[in-house]
Design a protein around this ligand. Structure first.
Ligand code: FAD
Ligand code: SF4
Length: 464
């Protein structure tokens, strides 16, 4: 043991990762009666991937509100206040040595290396992105090829635009959300290319991220070549046959300086591997039983580390259960059972012609106007008819973007209420010209704009 090593602390529950899964797991464990709960996060703040997801669409199940990612993270973190949970940020879990009654977790931070003893561990380490190497696209290796998550981090956190003319490969929700974000920030998104016959993400994102901005989508197509020496100059796309093979003669060149890969997420499980827990060979997710316990007694898993999940709300719900079950394990009590069907029922793929996906709750009703009866159909409650009527006549969206802080950081902001869809690009441009002096509290008005109908308060969506 060298000078910077210390030992040994004792916890009931140690949670690895403070995204929505980990935050909820710590809360669940404490509420179930665990006295000593430690939450370890390698980033400088809690919140996980949500900190860079500045769009709205979070929290409709858990908080009955349309929140942005940073607002959801802040709310989840605030729930832990005064609960006596220790949060260590800037602290990386390196390994877990699983033993019969106690697990030893090795962490490293600016304070050096520590070995921490704990009765149970909850793995909430999230996921990482598939890269170009993982999908083997032919062609040269110029600059200008990014993954969607890296692009999101550059634009929403680091204030760096990756390029001006963009092609997106993959039509999952992350890819489509980035197509809209890049467009609103002034880039031209030439196309989204998808290997399957239908978009992979939610119908609402096809309509609100692609159709709203006239971004073409090429389904049953692949990127068959990457062209460029130093910087990307173009991509070649080709149609795919039923065996997913490029069809000769269908090649088409799209000039662009940036290719964004949104080709899937993989559970991040290096730490789980050090403990020796069983992983799914196909997905890399931690295998658990119905109580969220891994192949090693006393080690639990939740969120994207276990299985990629669409909605943060269900990740939080699952995290809470993992926390409760860890405590039940310590006491030899009965554990709760996770219902694998707990997931969003929102429609995926191309939206049906004339159908509006109601986005007011995760049921995602497909609402259609019946010309003969003059009534809306398909909505399970009245709010759906009102939503569809507004979509048909004067669609509105929540403005979500960033403003510069005087110290150079970016502050996520949102409009206090939905604004005219047509005015959105102009409002984003106006917002980007503002500089705000920190400190700023979440919910504080940073500026007021005009959307043509009324004044729009733009409020901080994070605390900085
Ligand atoms: C681009 C994008 C858009 C999305 N949009 C929506 C949406 O609109 N609505 C919605 O509900 N959901 C959305 N989701 C899904 C949702 O955000 C995720 O499912 C959820 O955040 C996953 O939570 P998690 O806690 O499992 O993982 P994460 O949020 O990834 O958190 C994992 C945490 O673990 C930490 N960690 C990992 N390894 C270690 C280690 N060794 N030591 C210490 N810390 C570690 C990481 O730093 C991270 O903070 C979106 C996801 C993405 C990527
Ligand atoms: S119509 Fe009602 S139940 Fe259906 S998605 Fe909208 S708010 Fe939810």
């Amino acid at each position: 043991m060298n000078r910077s090593e210390t030992s040994t602390t004792q916890y009931d529950v140690l949670v690895v990762g403070a995204g929505p899964g980990g935050l909820a797991a710590a809360k669940g464990a404490r509420e179930a009666g665990a006295e000593r709960v430690l939450l370890v996060e390698r980033d400088s703040r809690a919140g996980g991937i949500l900190n860079q997801c500045i769009h709205d669409g979070f929290g409709i199940v858990r908080y009955r509100q349309q929140l942005t990612g940073p607002e959801y993270a802040l709310k989840a973190e605030a729930e832990l206040a005064d609960m006596g949970i220790e949060l260590l940020t800037g602290c990386h879990v390196l390994r877990i040595d699983a033993q019969e009654h106690v697990h030893v977790v090795t962490v490293v931070s600016a304070d050096g290396l520590k070995h921490i003893e704990t009765g149970t561990v909850i793995l909430a380490t999230g996921c990482r992105e598939r890269t170009r190497g993982a999908i083997a696209i032919p062609g040269s290796r110029p600059a200008g090829v990014f993954t969607a998550g890296v692009t999101q981090n550059l634009v929403n956190v680091r204030n760096v635009m990756p390029g001006k003319r963009v092609v997106i490969f993959g039509s999952g929700d992350v890819g489509m959300i980035m197509a809209r974000r890049l467009t609103l920030e002034g880039a031209h998104v030439e196309a989204v290319v998808e290997i399957f016959p239908q978009p992979a993400g939610l119908s609402r994102n096809v309509s609100q991220c692609l159709y709203d901005y006239d971004i073409p989508i090429f389904c049953s197509h692949t990127i068959s070549n990457i062209i460029g020496k130093k910087r990307l100059e173009a991509v070649e796309i080709s149609a795919l046959d039923q065996d997913m093979q490029p069809v000769s003669g269908t090649e088409r060149l799209i000039e662009c300086d940036t290719l964004v890969l949104s080709v899937g997420l993989i559970p991040e499980n290096e730490v789980a591997q050090t403990a020796g827990v069983a992983l799914d060979a196909k997905t890399n997710g931690v295998i658990t039983d119905e109580h969220l316990q891994t192949s090693i007694c006393g080690i639990f898993a939740c969120g994207n580390a276990r299985r990629i999940m669409d909605l943060a709300d269900f990740v939080s719900e699952q995290g809470e259960m993992a926390g409760r079950n860890a405590v039940a394990y310590l006491r030899g009590a009965e554990m709760d059972t996770w219902d694998e069907a707990r997931t969003s029922s929102m429609a995926k793929g191309f939206p049906e012609e004339g159908v509006v996906t109601c986005t007011l709750c995760p049921t995602g009703c497909q609402v259609r106007f019946n010309e003969e009866t003059g009534e809306y159909e398909g909505n399970k409650c009245k709010r759906g008819a009102q939503f569809a009527e507004q979509e048909r006549t004067a669609p509105k969206r929540i403005l979500t973007t960033t403003v510069k802080l005087a110290d150079g950081r970016l502050l996520p902001v949102r409009s206090a209420f939905p604004v005219s869809k047509q005015k959105l690009p102009q409002l984003v441009r106006q917002t980007s010209e503002i500089t705000v002096s920190p400190p700023v509290k979440c919910g504080e008005t940073v500026t007021t704009l005009q959307d043509g109908e009324r004044e729009v308060a733009v409020v901080a969506a994070a605390e900085m």
